[in-house]
Design a protein around this ligand. Structure first.
Ligand SMILES: Cc1cc2nc3c(=O)[nH]c(=O)nc-3n(C[C@H](O)[C@H](O)[C@H](O)COP(=O)(O)O)c2cc1C
Ligand SMILES: C=C(O[C@@H]1CC(C(=O)O)=C[C@@H](OP(=O)(O)O)[C@H]1O)C(=O)O
Length: 393
């Protein structure tokens, strides 16, 4: 299974094509729209989210609510496009170039963005040609793709949730997740303004976002994704590009502004002895093989162990600041201070929804690499027989 996305932030639309999805999977625009709405939310977002009302159109690969096995095309319109039709026109400008269009060119790269290096790389002196695609607007359609992956996984008994564990140095009490099902975590997180499990920490996070905004600054944080119901042996140790932990790290790092990933205890392992890190193995007739703890986050040797997969990613503070940063105009080479009209002050809650989507995709893809998946029925049967086999192994 694979997918591609296309679309500029202020262009007419965003598109994704998914190829290799099993046939007979029920998908509706309604289930995808729920996820798109979550991505638009979370305290700290800027004015663009008041303009957009993201909804998906499924334009191929589905008939009467079920996948056909052919490529599935998902389209999300940019409502902001109507304000940008001249600037973002697709057709050539022609001989009559409007001097206003020249004036509107972006020659002032924003620190922390792709603007300067992207311009050098592709030969764009109007840096809009870079920022339109490097913008996190593209994550909209990746969330739509992830919603489809999540639907497939749920049919296989695999559930997934993301939550915010840290914003601006304020940490949630992660013990609150202990003993809770994925669905219970989701219910709490969905009602929280920063998609956090811990109401006390959440209130402080909201305050920290407001304070950063007042100061013309931005803040980042950490999101955690938990995947439950995994069969053992998805991924592989035999080759570097089949290792599931490597794929999950790539997916997490592919989200705009994500700068680090950890699995299980993660970087904390550097401070601990082996006896404090590795999970001892047990067996019982009803559960099969389990680990007494889950400090390795459900992954050993690049494969799922059957324990919940726990992966975290850190998001840097948003780079566009109301408190201007120093940069250089690429035409005049003069220094200037970057000023902005609108931006998010914190997008960690929204990014948690993106993290859930991209991890769901990688898991679904690895599941389809392991089991037979032309149609949902055979995929399910293959997984069920594998679960029975590994239990008694
Ligand atoms: C959901 C989401 C929303 C974002 N919103 C903004 C924003 O409003 N302003 C901004 O400067 N960066 C925003 N970013 C981050 C930039 O897209 C990102 O930092 C930039 O493209 C440079 O890429 P890099 O940080 O991965 O190097 C957002 C990221 C995500 C995931
Ligand atoms: C549009 C989205 O996020 C955008 C991501 C983004 C960036 O630089 O990444 C910058 C802002 O875009 P604009 O300059 O149009 O206000 C955000 O609003 C979205 O999440 O849907």
């Amino acid at each position: 299974m694979r997918y591609l996305t296309a679309g500029e932030s202020h262009g007419p639309q965003l598109t994704a094509i998914i190829e290799g999805l099993p046939a007979q999977l029920e998908i509706t625009s309604e289930m995808i729209n729920k996820e798109l709405k979550r991505r638009q939310g979370g305290h700290g977002r800027g004015r663009r989210m008041q303009i957009e009302k993201d909804t998906v159109a499924i334009t191929s690969g589905v008939r009467h609510g079920k996948t056909l096995g052919s490529p599935v095309c998902l389209v999300v319109n940019n409502d902001d496009w109507k304000h940008w039709t001249n600037i973002m026109g697709i057709e050539p400008l022609g001989d009559e170039i409007d001097p206003e269009d020249i004036k509107r060119q972006i020659t002032r790269p924003r620190p922390g963005h792709a603007d300067l290096v992207g311009g050098m790389k592709y030969g764009h002196r109007d840096l809009r040609n870079v920022l339109e695609r490097s913008s996190a607007r593209e994550t909209t359609v990746r969330v739509a793709v992830g919603a489809v992956a999540k639907e497939l996984l749920s049919k296989l008994g695999i559930t997934i949730v993301a939550h915010v564990t840290k914003i601006g140095g304020i940490e949630a009490n992660l013990d609150l997740a202990n003993g809770k099902t994925i669905e219970e975590i989701r219910t709490i997180v969905e009602d929280d303004p920063v998609y956090c499990l811990d109401p006390q920490a959440s209130a402080q996070m909201v305050e920290a976002i407001d304070n950063a905004k007042k100061a013309g600054d931005t803040i980042g944080g950490v999101v955690e994704v938990i995947v439950s119901g995994m069969p053992a042996g998805v991924g592989s140790y035999v080759h570097y590009d089949r290792k599931l932990d490597g794929k999950l790290a790539m997916a997490m790092m592919s989200i705009n502004a994500f700068k680090g990933v950890e699995v299980g205890l993660g970087f904390e392992m550097a401070n601990l002895f082996g006896s404090q890190v590795h999970d001892q193995i047990s067996w019982s007739a009803d559960k099969g093989y389990t680990r007494d703890t889950n400090r390795l986050g459900g992954l050993e040797g690049g494969m799922s162990t059957g324990m919940p997969i726990v992966v975290r990613g850190v998001m840097k503070p948003i780079p566009t600041l109301y408190k201007p940063l120093q940069s250089v105009d690429i035409d005049t080479k003069e220094p200037f201070k970057a000023s902005i009209e609108r931006s998010d002050s914190c997008a960690v809650p929204a990014a948690s929804v993106v993290a859930e989507a991209v991890i769901a995709w990688e898991i679904a893809q690895a599941v389809l690499d392991t089991f037979h998946g032309d149609k949902l029925e055979t995929l399910l049967a293959d997984i069920e027989s594998h679960r029975a086999y590994t239990k008694g192994f």
